[in-house]
Design a protein around this ligand. Structure first.
Ligand SMILES: [Mn+2]
Length: 364
């Protein structure tokens, strides 16, 4: 089968996954960042173009509803004209049933299967990756593991070498957007870029309708633009959960000021409350980091129990967070717990530093 466009290929592969025997399932890592997803799509497309008699399907190892949280991927995929309906997400397949029909697993952007995929190591046949080599799957016939800035650089390299006439605007936009993001616009000062990233991006950029700096700035902007997301999505986008002594605590990291957030949503406490309920949290923080134009931090503290809330605030002040209350205007009050909003004067306290402080509080 020959495919005229990337979308046509994707439509077909999505149909195939439901009943055919699958020669190659191509998959990025579990975090499903832009590099993982773009590499899986582009590499599967390249393989399919070279082996037209084979059934080759790229898989996005996340739920469809979680895709929109990766705002940089939303932007780059739309630039590349990828129709999201044509992609296979975890909830589009019954993994166990599908894997039975899979002959070979192709790993991109990782070289060690994780989670429930771990049991399928025998099926790994190809690895294309830029992480440290875990030296697994010696039976894999092809291993390209190089410490370049982005896996899409390795995909681009094969594309240029093996099938250059496949490179069109959409594919170039997909790969370049990812290389530029992963290497911070090929900036040596950021310490991510290698000569190979630079070389491959340079060749692919010739097929991009946008200039390098323009495109990089747009992708970067999309990454930090969470304005489209509602409170529930903002809270879960970058979320970590802890247990301090016996106290379950969640800390969300949000790239938006509390003032802006409050303007979008007049029921913030209800959002925090229902999230905390769902996750059975006694304590729930949002650490807001943003530039305006200098770097700033805000902190929202929600507690199921009002007493604990007040004690925690007192403790954080003693630890030098320099919290000053922020007024958010007309906010609906909590149903049962208590929430409060602050500007955090001490910019050095990130989630990495806050969690051990809280651990001290609860264990002592
Ligand atoms: Mn990567």
């Amino acid at each position: 089968m020959t495919h005229h466009t990337l979308n046509q290929y994707l439509i077909e592969s999505k149909t195939d996954i439901n009943y055919k025997s699958i020669d190659y399932l191509v998959m990025g890592n579990e975090a499903a960042d832009l590099d993982s997803m773009a590499s899986a799509i582009a590499y599967a497309y390249l393989m399919a173009a070279r082996q037209s008699d084979k059934t080759i399907v790229p898989v996005m190892p996340i739920l469809r509803a979680d895709f929109k949280l990766r705002t940089e991927a939303v932007y780059v995929f739309s630039q590349a004209g990828i129709n999201l309906n044509n992609l296979v997400f975890l909830d589009d397949m019954n993994v166990e049933e599908v894997v039975k029909r899979v002959t070979g697993l192709v790993l991109v952007d990782h070289n060690k299967l994780s989670g429930s995929w771990d049991q399928y190591g025998d099926k790994v046949v190809v690895i294309l990756d830029h992480h440290r080599d875990e030296n697994l799957y010696p039976h894999a016939g092809k291993k390209v593991i190089e410490t370049v800035g982005s896996t899409t650089t390795l995909v681009g390299e094969e594309l240029i070498r093996l099938h250059p006439n496949l490179i069109d605007e959409p594919l170039a936009l997909l790969l370049c957007g990812t290389i530029l993001l992963d290497t911070v616009n090929l900036d040596p000062a950021a310490g991510r870029v290698t000569p190979k990233d630079e070389e491959i991006a340079g060749i692919l950029m010739k097929s991009c309708p946008l200039g390098q700096d323009t495109y990089f700035n747009k992708v970067q902007e999309a990454k930090f633009n969470t304005a489209e997301l509602g409170t529930f999505d903002l809270l879960r986008k970058d979320y970590k959960e802890f247990k301090f002594a016996e106290t379950p605590c969640g800390i969300a990291s949000v790239l938006l000021s509390l003032i802006q957030w409050g303007e979008k949503d007049a029921e913030l406490c209800l959002g925090f409350e229902s999230y905390a309920q769902r996750r059975h949290l006694d304590l729930f923080f949002s650490m807001n980091a943003y530039t305006n134009p200098g770097f700033n931090r805000d902190l929202a503290v929600y507690c199921k129990e009002i007493q604990l809330h007040d004690k925690i605030i007192k403790f954080l002040q003693e630890k030098g967070l320099e919290l000053t209350p922020v007024s958010l205007g007309d906010q609906k009050t909590c149903l049962e717990g208590k929430i409060s909003f602050y500007r955090q004067g001490n910019l050095g306290i990130s989630r990495k530093k806050l969690s051990p402080l809280l651990d001290d509080y609860f264990t002592s």
